[in-house]
Write a protein that binds this ligand. Structure first.
Ligand SMILES: Cc1ncc(COP(=O)(O)O)c(C=O)c1O
Length: 377
């Protein structure tokens, strides 16, 4: 089935006995048993819920996985995946990651005995060099947040296979509409469903998509035990959001391409980080491994004062954390998404007082550009 059709109809569209066109919200905590040893297949909503199940089927189909598990947030999904590992295990991670993942790894997972080595995963030799005997996985984001680094997923998958490591890819920035890491050799795909999948800045959600039944079984056990499941109502909102994923992704990307080109020629902008610009280091890899460049742009202004001025003067664009929704948002990574990363590490990556991040929305591109123009004046 084509991806556009899966977005609208789910993996296998079935109506219930009423013929309801949309998936009903099964707002129930528990399910009655018909008799001893009998079950409808649903026992308790932490384990399974029909609305959540429909959403999980859609996301698994979109990501070409054997299973997708819907969590209450993206961070809940990543935390659950960390439970696959044991004290003493080591994981190689991208040195440019969402700040919340960095915080989880260094403040919670390390406390539980895991160790991490952060490397620039665009450099394959560096990944190889940092694999240790106790390494169990490689965790990457591509494009990365916020510096938009592009890692070659298929090449990293080869390294992971050779060393018997799991490859975990956070695919939040491109969504399954533009990129399918499992097809390139990933074992687990992560999503903050809060972003493009939900698409409306109104719901928190997270997903872990598995490439094998074995991984799915292990993660389902953690899921039902830890309990950070997505509610029936939020599952419904995600199903609703995904119905328009394809047109949102296309239109937001169209806007982003125009905006990136406009920013690149602005005298107060010193650098633009967007994989859709042919000058970007990862342009060719992006074209090879993804079907689009997405709509996340980071850019460096000429001074801290200009960056503050933009944040304070934007009118249409909202100065807010998060991304992937229909509204254009501007973020100050240094103070918001990446505030918990030690200053020296942050600065070395270019996440400084001049860096801003845009999540380009669905408004008319001319209106977004006009807003930025007046804010930069
Ligand atoms: C790339 C990426 N992964 C994971 C997350 C965490 O998702 P959530 O905010 O839904 O917990 C975020 C949040 O911004 C993100 O940008």
């Amino acid at each position: 089935m084509d991806i556009n059709t899966i977005c609208v109809h789910g993996s296998a569209h079935k109506t219930d006995y009423t013929g309801s066109v949309t998936v009903p919200i099964y707002q129930t905590a528990t399910f009655a048993h018909l008799g001893v040893g009998q079950s409808t297949g649903y026992d308790y909503s932490r384990l399974q819920n029909p609305t959540r199940e429909q959403l999980e089927n859609v996301v698994a189909a979109l990501e070409h996985g054997t299973d997708a598990i819907a969590f209450s947030t993206g961070m809940a999904a990543i935390s659950a995946v960390m439970e696959l590992f044991e004290a003493g295990d080591h994981i190689v991670i991208s040195d440019d990651l969402y700040g919340g993942s960095h915080r989880l790894f260094h403040h919670i997972s390390e406390k539980n005995g895991l160790t991490f080595t952060a490397v620039n995963t665009t450099d394959l030799l560096l990944i190889e060099k940092n694999i240790q005997p106790q390494s169990k996985a490689i965790f990457i984001e591509t494009p990365s947040n916020p510096m938009m680094q592009i890692t070659d997923i298929a090449e990293v998958a080869k390294i992971a296979k050779a060393h018997r490591l799991l490859l975990i890819v956070d695919n939040t920035f491109l969504s399954p509409y533009f990129q399918n890491p499992i097809d390139l050799g990933a074992d687990i795909v992560m999503h903050s469903g809060t972003k493009y999948l939900g698409g409306h800045n109104d719901t928190l959600a997270g997903f872990a998509v598995t490439a094998s039944n074995e991984l799915s079984e292990k993660l389902r056990f953690i899921f039902k035990t830890v309990g950070a499941c997505l509610s029936p109502f939020d599952s419904y909102l995600l199903i609703r959001g995904i119905k328009t994923l394809s047109i949102r992704m296309e239109r937001q990307q169209e806007n982003a391409l125009k905006l990136a080109g406009w920013l690149a020629q602005h005298p107060k902008i010193k650098a633009v980080y967007y994989a859709g610009l042919p000058t970007h280091h990862g342009y060719e890899i992006s074209k090879r491994q993804a079907r689009g460049f997405g709509s996340m742009i980071s850019f460096e202004t000429d001074s801290e004062q200009t960056a503050h001025q933009v944040l304070e003067r934007v009118k249409l664009i909202l100065f807010a954390e998060s991304l992937g929704g229909v509204e254009t948002l501007i973020t100050y990574p240094m103070l918001q998404t990446h505030a918990d990363i030690p200053a020296s590490e942050r600065e070395a990556k270019g996440i400084n007082e001049r860096l801003l991040r845009l999540s380009v929305g669905l408004e008319a591109s001319d209106d977004i550009i006009a807003d930025l123009e007046q804010a930069l004046r």
